[in-house]
Design a protein around this ligand. Structure first.
Ligand code: NAD
Ligand code: TYD
Length: 350
C-alpha cells in the first residue's frame, strides 16, 4: 500500500513508518516538525530514500492534498500530545488536534482512500474508575489535550457517518519505546536517572496507567489497516499491564541499577487522572492481535536504549526542550550538562 503517515517524525509515527517500510509499504510522511518532531527519528530512512518526507501542516488543505496524492491509506498521528503543555497553553491543541483532523478527514474524502486510521487515545475516557474503559464507555476527557483528542475522535466518526469516509478509530494506552520525546515520563525518568537527577514523580505517585510497547501499538494499527467491515468503529488497544507512576520510576531505576531512593515527589499535575485502563477484547476478537512485548522485560530494554542513545536525546534536552525542562524541572538540564562533561572526560582518559 502507499501510506500517508501524518506526524511521522514523532515518537509513534516514526516507529510506525519504520515498521511500514519493513513490511514493504510505500511511505509518505507529512510532518510540520514542531518541537516534538525530530528528523533524527527517520534519518536512515530518509538518507536511504526509503520514505518520502514532506514538511507541512495538517491544518493546511493544500499541503495535505499534495501529500495524500496517490495514497491508498492515511494513518493520522499528527497532534500536540503532551498533557502538561496543554495545561500551560491549550490553543495549539485545539488547532492541531481538532482542526488538523478535520482537514485530514476532508483530504481523505477527496482522495477517496481505502482506509483512514485515526490514532485517538484512551485519555478521551477520562477516569477509568474500577472497570477498564470499553469502546462504549462515556467520554469525559479531563485535560485540554484529551478534550481536543475527543473532538477529533468524534469528527472521524462523523465523517464516516456523513460522508462514508472509511475511518477506523484507535484508542491506545500509554506507549513506551525508543524515540519518545524527553518530556514524557519514561524517557524523562531514564534521562534523569542517567544524569543522577532525582526522578520527579507527581503527587502521591499512585496514579496508574496501562503500558504498551510502541511496536505492539503499531502492529495493532496494521491489523486494523487491513481489516474490512469495521468502518466507523472504535477499537481500544491495550495490554492489561497497569503500573503506578512510582512502580514505573522504580522499574527505570532498576534497569539502570540506580539508587532506589533517587525519586522525588513533586507538585501534582492539575486534573491528573488517577487511572487510565482499557478493555481491549474487541480488538483481539476482531483481528486476533495480541501484544508480543511484556512491560517487565521491555522496560529494561527501552531504558538501556536511552542509556546508549545520548547522542539522540542530548541535543533535544540541551536545545529545543531546554527552556521547558529548565522551568519545569530546575536542575535537570544542568545535571545533563554535568553528566555530559564527565562522560566526555571519561572517554578522553581511556
Ligand atoms: P509526538 O508528540 O511524539 O509526535 C507528534 C508529531 O506530530 C511530531 O512529529 C510533530 O512534529 C507532528 N505535528 C504536530 N503538529 C503538527 C501539524 N500541525 N502538522 C503536521 N505535523 C504535526 O506524539 P506521539 O506520542 O508519537 O503520539 C502520536 C499520536 O498517538 C498522537 O495523535 C497521540 O494523541 C496518539 N497517542 C499517543 C500515545 C502515547 O502514549 N504517546 C498513546 C495513545 C495515543
Ligand atoms: P506522561 O508520559 O505525561 O503521559 P500521560 O499523562 O499522557 O499519561 O505521564 C505518565 C504518567 O507519569 C502520568 O501519570 C503523569 C506521570 N508523570 C510524573 O509523575 N512526572 C513527570 O515528570 C511526568 C512527565 C509524568
Amino acid at each position: 500500500m502507499r501510506l500517508l503517515v501524518t506526524g511521522g517524525a514523532g515518537f509513534i509515527g516514526s516507529n510506525f513508518a519504520r515498521m511500514a517500510v519493513r513490511k514493504g509499504h510505500d511511505v509518505v510522511v507529512l510532518d510540520r516538525l514542531t518541537y516534538a518532531g525530530n528528523l533524527a527519528n527517520l534519518r536512515d530512512l530518509i538518507d536511504e530514500g526509503r520514505i518520502t518526507f514532506l514538511r507541512g501542516d495538517v491544518c493546511d488543505p493544500a499541503a495535505s492534498a499534495e501529500a495524500a496524492r496517490g495514497c491508498d491509506g492515511i494513518v493520522h498521528f499528527a497532534a500536540e500530545t503532551h498533557v502538561d503543555r496543554s495545561v500551560l497553553d491549550a490553543g495549539e491543541f485545539v488547532r492541531t488536534d481538532v482542526l488538523g483532523t478535520q482537514v485530514m478527514l476532508e483530504t481523505a474524502r477527496k482522495a477517496n482512500v481505502d482506509r483512514f486510521v485515526h490514532v485517538s487515545t484512551d485519555e478521551i475516557y477520562g477516569e477509568s474508575g474500577s472497570r477498564p474503559s470499553r469502546e462504549d464507555s462515556p467520554l469525559n476527557p479531563r485535560s485540554p489535550y484529551a478534550a481536543s483528542k475527543a473532538g477529533a475522535d468524534r469528527l472521524a466518526y462523523a465523517y464516516h457517518e456523513t460522508f462514508d469516509v472509511p475511518a477506523v478509530i484507535t484508542r491506545c494506552v500509554n506507549n513506551y519505546g525508543p524515540y519518545q520525546h524527553p518530556e514524557k515520563a519514561i524517557p524523562l525518568f531514564a534521562i534523569s536517572a542517567i544524569a543522577g537527577f532525582p526522578l520527579p514523580v507527581y503527587g502521591s505517585g499512585t496514579h496508574r496507567r496501562e503500558w504498551i510497547h510502541v511496536e505492539d501499538h503499531c502492529s495493532a494499527l496494521f491489523a486494523l489497516l487491513r481489516k474490512r467491515g469495521i468502518d466507523g468503529q472504535a477499537f481500544n488497544i491495550g495490554t492489561g499491564e497497569r503500573r503506578s507512576t512510582m512502580q514505573v520510576a522504580r522499574a527505570v531505576l532498576g534497569a539502570l541499577e540506580g539508587r532506589p531512593d533517587l525519586i522525588r515527589r513533586v507538585a501534582d499535575r492539575p486534573g491528573h487522572v488517577a487511572s487510565h485502563a482499557v478493555d481491549s477484547r474487541k480488538l483481539r476478537r476482531t483481528t486476533g492481535w495480541k501484544p508480543r512485548h511484556t512491560f517487565d522485560r521491555d522496560i529494561d530494554r527501552t531504558v538501556r536504549w536511552y542509556r546508549e542513545s545520548a547522542d539522540w536525546w542530548r541535543p533535544t534536552v540541551l536545545g529545543s526542550a531546554r527552556s521547558y525542562l529548565e522551568e519545569r524541572y530546575p536542575g535537570l538540564v544542568a545535571a545533563v550538562e554535568g553528566w555530559g562533561r564527565q562522560s566526555l572526560a571519561g572517554a578522553e582518559s581511556i
